[in-house]
Design a protein around this ligand. Structure first.
Ligand SMILES: [Zn+2]
Length: 139
């Protein structure tokens, strides 16, 4: 599980869909997870709108033993705008072997004047240290 350091080749390879400047702590992410995420992006066709990636232990968002705290970090939260994006993202994640998924309702959002009433977020992680084959709905 190598870390996606600033000079790692992963950044050139995933750049079409994942840019380090879109993440808060890109250089603490897990390389294999970034490649997996890239495949999920291609498969689903859903843009990766990063809400959260690697988090420091003192960031008290979500549960204390969150996969966002692992290093290298194999976890992200992604904004989805509607039910179809949610479905496509989760379907692609399952197809690519993701076994830990959180599905969170969000607030309706307005982007470029368009309202999305059923927007929300999807947590995906590939932790081997947490229970697997789970889909949860609470932080
Ligand atoms: Zn999360």
């Amino acid at each position: 599980m190598p870390v996606a350091a600033v000079d790692h080749s992963v950044w050139a390879n995933v750049r079409k869909h994942i840019k380090p400047e879109e993440l808060r702590r890109p250089y603490e992410m897990d390389v294999d997870f970034l490649y997996l995420l890239y495949q999920i992006r291609v498969e689903s066709g859903v843009p990766l709108r990063f809400i959260s990636d690697a988090r420091s232990p003192d960031q008290d968002v979500g549960v204390a033993n969150s996969a966002h705290h692992l290093r290298p970090c194999p976890a992200v939260d992604l904004q989805v705008l509607n039910a179809n994006e949610r479905y496509r993202l989760v379907a692609a994640a399952l197809k690519h072997g993701i076994k830990r998924i959180g599905i969170y309702p969000g607030k309706p959002v307005t982007i470029a004047g368009k309202k999305y009433k059923d927007a929300g977020s999807v947590h995906l992680d590939n932790s081997m240290q947490h229970p697997r084959s789970v889909i949860w709905t609470r932080y």
